[in-house]
Design a protein around this ligand. Structure first.
Ligand SMILES: C[S@@+](CC[C@H](N)C(=O)[O-])C[C@H]1O[C@@H](n2cnc3c(N)ncnc32)[C@H](O)[C@@H]1O
Length: 278
């Protein structure tokens, strides 16, 4: 989800507005920038979105699609006893719902501050601070893996992450992940009518970068087209079994950044990829 540029503290202690641009950003730079961004902005993020997410609901994105109805990880009654890895867990709301179904979740996130919010809300399961590109688990440790807008929109090398997920999954295991729908990159990230006119090429993969006065990235998002995402999944030796584009439901009047009922009624905002490790 492309964020509004947020002021950062400079070496001299004054506030400076980061510059938003499109430029290349590699694996290490993206990871460092996003760790810092999420550590600095976790408090505000949880204040702004915590109520919508719910402490122990599993919501796939701003449309509000709930795993209770979607069952993308399988029927809830079959989650009991399953070892599940949540990647980019934030405050671990999804992992908390999984634990309530009798699963054994592990919540992993790059941001220490996000995981402190998981502790604040309460967790009966492990919280791991690590990068999704280097999962600190043995091969075949999990029955399932999931990620609701965690890690995949932010990493420079999604195949690296998908290969890591495949490695830690047992044969037959599923990985379900949601990201910003790729079509959104062609439009301004605005919830109103100004967000309905194409303003950029869908085919331009140049990352969205916010950088400080020295040109250091302080926030990065990476764009992949739908075809890129499919090819990434295939390259990681996972099998794509579904691609879900949640429609905006009539009950949801909330805006989330550029996601709104207006845009949601016309253009998809989230893409959810359902993959299997054979
Ligand atoms: C939009 S939040 C989603 C969190 C949670 N699913 C939610 O809906 O609030 C994205 C999360 O991904 C995490 N993240 C970003 N890059 C990551 C990476 N390379 N590895 C692990 N987590 C990452 C961020 O720290 C952040 O908590």
């Amino acid at each position: 989800m492309i964020q509004e540029p947020v002021s950062t503290e400079t070496a001299h202690g004054s506030e400076a507005e980061p510059e938003a641009t499109r430029r290349a950003a590699g694996v290490a730079e993206s990871s460092r920038a996003n760790r810092g961004w999420w550590d600095r902005n976790a408090d505000e993020y949880q204040i702004e979105h915590g109520t919508f997410l719910g402490d122990d609901r599993f919501v796939w994105g701003p449309e509000g699609l709930d795993e209770v109805e979607a069952e993308l990880l399988g029927p809830p009654e079959e989650l009991k006893g399953k070892a599940v890895l949540e990647i980019g867990a934030g405050a671990a709301q999804c992992a908390r719902w999984l634990a309530a179904q009798g699963a054994h979740p592990v919540a992993l996130d790059l941001s220490h501050r996000q995981l402190q919010h998981a502790l604040r809300i309460g967790s009966s399961f492990p919280l791991i601070c690590a990068d999704a590109g280097a999962l600190p688990f043995a091969d075949a440790s999990f029955d399932l893996a999931c990620s609701a807008y965690g890690a995949l929109p932010f990493v420079a090398d999604p195949v690296l992450v998908l290969r890591e997920v495949r490695r830690v999954l047992r044969p037959g295991g599923r990985f379900v992940f949601s990201v910003t729908h790729p079509i959104r990159w062609a439009f301004p990230d605005e919830p109103g009518p100004e967000g309905l006119s194409v303003s950029a090429s869908y085919f331009d993969r140049t990352p969205y970068v916010e950088q400080d006065e020295e040109g250091r990235a302080v926030y990065v998002e990476h764009h992949r087209t739908i075809g890129d995402r499919v090819r990434d999944i295939v390259a990681a030796d996972l099998r794509l079994v579904d691609l879900v584009e949640p429609e905006w439901p009539s009950w949801n009047s909330s805006e989330w950044g550029g996601w709104s009922p207006l845009r949601g009624s016309l253009v998809p905002g989230t893409a959810i990829f359902v993959c299997v490790r054979d």
